[in-house]
Design a protein around this ligand. Structure first.
Ligand SMILES: NC(=O)C1=CN([C@@H]2O[C@H](COP(=O)(O)OP(=O)(O)OC[C@H]3O[C@@H](n4cnc5c(N)ncnc54)[C@H](OP(=O)(O)O)[C@@H]3O)[C@@H](O)[C@H]2O)C=CC1
Ligand SMILES: CC(C)(CO)C(=O)C(=O)O
Length: 307
């Protein structure tokens, strides 16, 4: 199987390197700055599971230079998606299916509209990884899993083939017939987790220490569960309580990647998480007052420091 990774960052770079190490033909479609790093240092992963360096990863700057590609793994931030669409179109026109790992749900609609519903698969990844300024990917918890499945019945056969093709890679692979449930479950959780930590400038232990703050966390989860319901996705009955009970299980000082990005003055995915929830709720004539408050408190930081 020929795979193109679009966005060789913390997620795309990580899973792409592991797939290449398992023997698959992987090309990293990157921009100039990342290409220079990869040429100079290779693709370097420091991982709590197993370090890995691809000394000479296959790279391309233009999609036209990639001869044959069955699958594209999309590892961009949501705010980088629009600019990548022309390259994705070239790859899809060449026969590729797109498997996105972005957090959120709106990108599936954008990709389906731009590239054709039949060319887009459903996916989420579970990992905690970051890309440092030198281009090294740091994988800091033992979790490393991709979950995928078809959004259209016609995609099932391709997904089953994909599961087999990825079986030798050093990360967990799960195919599911109910990918929408995985996508929404992750989306509902991350919208709340990133929302409360970022809006409140709080770590998980700081949230858990105050009943009033746990109440905000619980209400946000309830609102997101209601939103999923409105879109025909029944999250588990335990979704809210399990996530609340999960708060004290994080190591002291734990927080979301959005909150970490906010502290560093980086761009935030607030539009595709909290903003999207408000838009989706609007389409169903629903209101999400707690999520709306979190959104309003994070929005000023969207483009980095508010200086
Ligand atoms: N990291 C994590 O632990 C997790 C992240 N996610 C989600 O995964 C998604 C990706 O996040 P993450 O991997 O952390 O992000 P990163 O910022 O680490 O990686 C994104 C990469 O995409 C590259 N890129 C951007 N635009 C293009 C383009 N047009 N063509 C080629 N490359 C491009 C960037 O390179 P450059 O700008 O230098 O060109 C960068 O290397 C997000 O939606 C995130 O929420 C989900 C679960 C866990
Ligand atoms: C919850 C976590 C750390 C891992 O999936 C994450 O995705 C995030 O904070 O953005």
């Amino acid at each position: 199987m020929n795979i193109t990774i679009v966005g060789a960052g913390a997620t795309g770079g990580y899973f792409g390197a592991r797939l290449a190490a398992s023997g698959l033909n992987v090309t990293f479609l990157v921009r100039e700055k990342r290409a220079a790093q990869l040429r100079e240092k290779g693709l370097v992963i420091k991982s709590v599971v197993e370090d890995l360096t691809l000394a000479t990863p296959q790279i391309a700057i233009n999609a036209e230079d990639i001869p044959a590609c069955d699958l594209v793994l999309l590892g961009l931030k949501n705010y980088q998606l629009a600019a990548s669409l022309p390259q994705l179109k070239v790859l899809v026109n060449g026969g590729a299916k797109i498997l996105p790992f972005l957090n959120g749900v709106e990108h599936f609609e954008i990709l389906a509209k731009e590239l054709g519903q039949e060319n887009v698969l459903g996916g989420v990844c579970k990992i905690i990884s970051t890309l440092d300024s030198e281009g090294t990917i740091h994988h800091t918890s033992k979790v490393h899993q991709i979950i995928f499945g078809e959004l259209e019945p016609t995609g099932k056969e391709f997904c089953l083939g994909l599961e087999q093709a990825m079986a030798k890679a050093n990360f967990k692979v799960k195919y599911t017939e109910n990918i929408l449930n995985e996508i929404w479950s992750k989306y509902a959780f991350i919208t709340v987790f990133s929302g409360v930590t970022s809006a409140g400038d709080l770590t998980t232990d700081q949230i858990y220490a105050h009943e009033a703050t746990v109440k905000v966390y619980r209400r946000s989860l309830e609102e997101m569960k209601g939103l999923a319901d409105a879109y025909g996705v029944a999250l588990s009955e335990e979704f809210v309580e399990q996530n609340v009970e999960g708060l004290p299980k994080y190591a002291k000082g734990s927080t979301s990647s959005m909150h970490q990005d906010m502290r560093k003055g980086l761009f935030l995915e607030v539009e595709s998480l909290q903003g999207a929830a408000i838009r989706l709720a609007g389409r169903k004539n629903m209101e999400l007052p707690t999520i709306e408050t979190l959104y309003g408190l994070i929005k000023p930081y969207e483009m980095g420091s508010i200086g």
